[in-house]
Design a protein around this ligand. Structure first.
Ligand code: PGA
Length: 251
């Protein structure tokens, strides 16, 4: 079901104690508010259990930022989708450009991770997006299409209906350079059309497509006002409760 979602991606920030504090601050701000979106906190693995306990789960979901591409076993340092589910988290961010760029995550690997996330009842927040060279060469449409096709189009329509997409132009992540509302709407509409061509209008119209990349309190309202932008995946501005809440309040 298409929903407005504002999801924080804390990345590798905050000690456990700082993370609990931040989650409690967000929870307190959200408690008295009339919300027009779902809220998700994407925390490091070690924070998840405590963050789940620190927030009102009816208003705030919790996401891991990755999961293993294997079920279980001798994979030192990895964390499986079933382990994440057992903590009380209900989402997992997959395919973030930092994982693609620094940890070699390919669409084929992400396909495995998506299947395991879904099999364990986690909602993937699946990230796609082009690098600057690709945008400048006019290839951004093809790039996002192949990312979706290769990692997700093996899914049945029913399973695809459980996916949240996050379009994050890599040139906008952590750079202070945001896609303009027009650029965001243009590619979000293209992504929705790509989904409609494969799964039909109903699945496409029911899919939440978030924007990510230097989204902040100053630009969220304009970005979220677009018909095909259903919220945001927020990095830097999710690390302070007041900033994150201002983005939530942009709906
Ligand atoms: P940013 O990060 O908001 O700091 O640009 C977004 C993301 O990487 O998800």
């Amino acid at each position: 079901m298409r929903k407005n979602i504002v999801a924080g991606n804390w990345k590798m920030n905050k000690t456990l104690q700082e993370g609990i504090e931040l989650a409690k601050e967000v929870n307190a701000l959200v408690a008295g508010a009339s919300l027009k979106c779902d809220i998700v906190l994407g925390t490091p693995y070690v924070h998840i259990v405590d963050v789940v306990k620190s927030v009102d789960g009816s208003k705030i979901g919790v996401a891991a930022q990755n999961c293993a591409d294997k079920v279980s076993g001798a994979y030192t340092g990895e964390v499986s989708a079933s382990m994440i589910k057992s903590t009380g988290a209900n989402y997992v961010i997959l395919g973030h450009s930092e994982r693609r760029a620094y940890y070699g995550e390919t669409n084929a690997i992400l396909k495995e991770k998506t299947d395991l996330a879904l099999a364990n009842g986690l909602t993937p927040i699946f990230c796609i997006g082009e690098v600057l060279d690709e945008r400048e060469a006019g290839k951004h449409f093809d790039v996002v299409k192949s990312q979706i096709q290769e990692a997700l189009f093996h899914l049945s329509a029913q399973d695809f209906g459980k996916i949240v997409l996050a379009y994050e132009p890599v040139w906008a992540i952590g750079t202070g350079k945001t896609a303009s509302p027009e650029q965001a709407q243009e590619i979000h509409a293209y992504i929705r059309k790509t989904l409609a061509d494969k799964y039909g209008d109903s699945v496409a119209n029911d899919t939440s497509i978030l924007y990510g990349g230097s989204c902040n309190a100053g630009n969220a309202k304009e970005l979220f006002a677009n018909p095909d932008v259903d919220g945001g995946l927020i990095g830097g501005a999710s690390l302070k409760a007041a900033d994150f809440f201002a983005i939530i309040s942009a709906f």
